[in-house]
Design a protein around this ligand. Structure first.
Ligand code: COA
Length: 391
């Protein structure tokens, strides 16, 4: 709106795990035709955390370059969004705040609504910045996607954290009003407190996601949002990259447009590169889609991008952002490629061992093997307390 402070994403950085499992190894193990993974769901590999990695180490690793570039003088709030929470009471954001050395005069909180939480965090951050444009908010979306071995969801697993600095006069993306919103009480994906792997009704989740796309768009349009042809690209939440294609096809259909596959590929294609090799990162996924688009596309300066955030259960939001001229000078493309390329491939047996790793719950001293090389590690569990180390 004319005269209003522009607020949005000033910096965006992601981190992932030490290890990676190629889908060829999973297909060799379970006898699945690799075409189902590479083409059917659109996944090439999944990030696999070591025993000394978790949402805190990934979240801090994603945010550290942002703090290194901008300092923390303007950051008064840290919001960490996750589905794979490590504690029922204490925010994982407090550990991240500590590892980053942020000042004590900061508010820190954790948000949860499956894969949607980071978008709530972004919108809350925007509200805070409008209240005081001198302040910035650090939003961290960090998740490890975990399903039972041999379940249909297994092939969509992954892990990553996206960190965003939200502020006035952003260098990357100006986030616009209105948002289209949708909530429905559905049991498509959930994780009771006693489980560390999610439960999912896969086909139900696809149906619920597609309904959420249609309903958020309807609400967005009724609130005076842009026309469909005003958008250069669409970043969808990507539980698996083919879902973005299904979602966009559904949106075009619901608006009465032809589903021209070349047009869908043009609108979506640049957003899937990171998710295809990292796997599902729940809250971070849609923002990895944005990073992939900004890092990979030709100049998008001044163009409008649509973002669709979906969190099973379910809550969804559609909103638009305008790419800021000069944004390319602020990207972290090399760092992002490095985060992907530095991962060490593991075979199926090693992946399985890491997948099944869990800490004893006896309150004893349980150090983790030092097997990762990132800037932060989970040193172990001591007296029921997680102990982190900086390298
Ligand atoms: N070559 C190419 N494509 C193949 C194939 C092959 N050999 N074999 C299967 N496929 C295609 C199928 O046609 C299907 O494509 P379509 O959806 O466009 O029809 C796709 O691969 C998946 O096959 P499907 O039989 O549906 O897989 P599945 O029963 O193992 O379930 C999910 C897939 C996504 C439902 C499952 O991985 C899951 O539960 N994921 C977790 C939940 C999730 O991601 N939900 C999304 C919304 S949040």
């Amino acid at each position: 709106m004319a005269g209003e402070t522009a607020v949005g994403i000033h910096d965006l950085s992601f981190a992932t795990t030490e290890f990676v499992l190629p889908h060829t190894a999973l297909a060799d193990h379970n006898g699945t035709d690799i075409g189902k993974y590479h083409l059917g769901i659109g996944q090439r590999s999944m990030s696999v955390p070591g025993a000394d990695e978790d949402i805190v180490t990934m979240g801090a690793a994603a945010a550290a370059p942002i703090i290194a570039r901008h300092g923390f003088d303007r950051i008064r709030t840290v919001v960490l969004a996750t589905e794979s929470s490590i504690d029922q009471a204490k925010s994982a954001g407090v550990y991240v705040h500590s590892l980053l050395g942020l000042p004590s005069a900061t508010r820190v909180v954790e948000l949860k609504q499956a894969c949607y939480g980071a978008t709530a965090a972004l919108q809350f951050a925007i509200g805070l910045v409008h209240r005081d444009p001198a302040q910035q908010v650090l939003v961290v979306a960090s998740d490890i996607s975990k399903y039972d071995l041999e379940s249909p969801g297994e092939a969509t697993q992954g892990a990553a954290a996206a960190a965003m600095l939200v502020g006035s006069d952003p260098a990357l993306l100006r986030v616009e009003e209105p948002s289209g919103l949708f909530t429905a009480d559905v049991m498509d994906f959930w994780r009771p407190n006693y489980r560390d792997a999610a439960l999912v009704d896969g086909q139900e989740s696809i149906t619920a996601y597609l309904q959420a796309v249609e309903c958020t768009w309807k609400d967005y349009t009724e609130r005076g949002g842009r026309a469909l042809d005003a958008f250069s690209a669409f970043c969808y939440h990507q539980p698996f990259t083919k879902m973005a294609y299904k979602a966009h096809r559904g949106l075009l259909n619901s608006c009465g447009y032809d589903t021209d596959e070349a047009e869908i590929a043009r609108a979506i294609g640049r957003t899937t590169a990171y998710n295809a090799v990292l796997g599902n990162s729940y809250t971070a996924s849609v923002y990895l889609g944005l990073a992939s688009l900004l890092d990979g596309a030709d100049d998008l300066a001044g163009q409008c991008v649509g973002l669709l955030s979906y969190g099973s259960g379910s809550v969804a939001e559609f909103f638009a952002g305008t790419v800021v001229p000069g944004y390319r000078d602020h990207l972290r493309t090399a760092g992002h490629r490095e985060a992907i390329d530095r991962r060490k491939p593991v075979d199926y047996a090693r992946y399985r061992e890491l997948h099944e790793h869990s800490f004893p719950t006896d309150g004893g001293d349980h150090p983790t093997p030092s097997e990762t090389t990132g800037p932060f590690r989970l040193a172990g569990l001591r007296g029921h307390k997680r102990v982190y180390e900086e390298r």
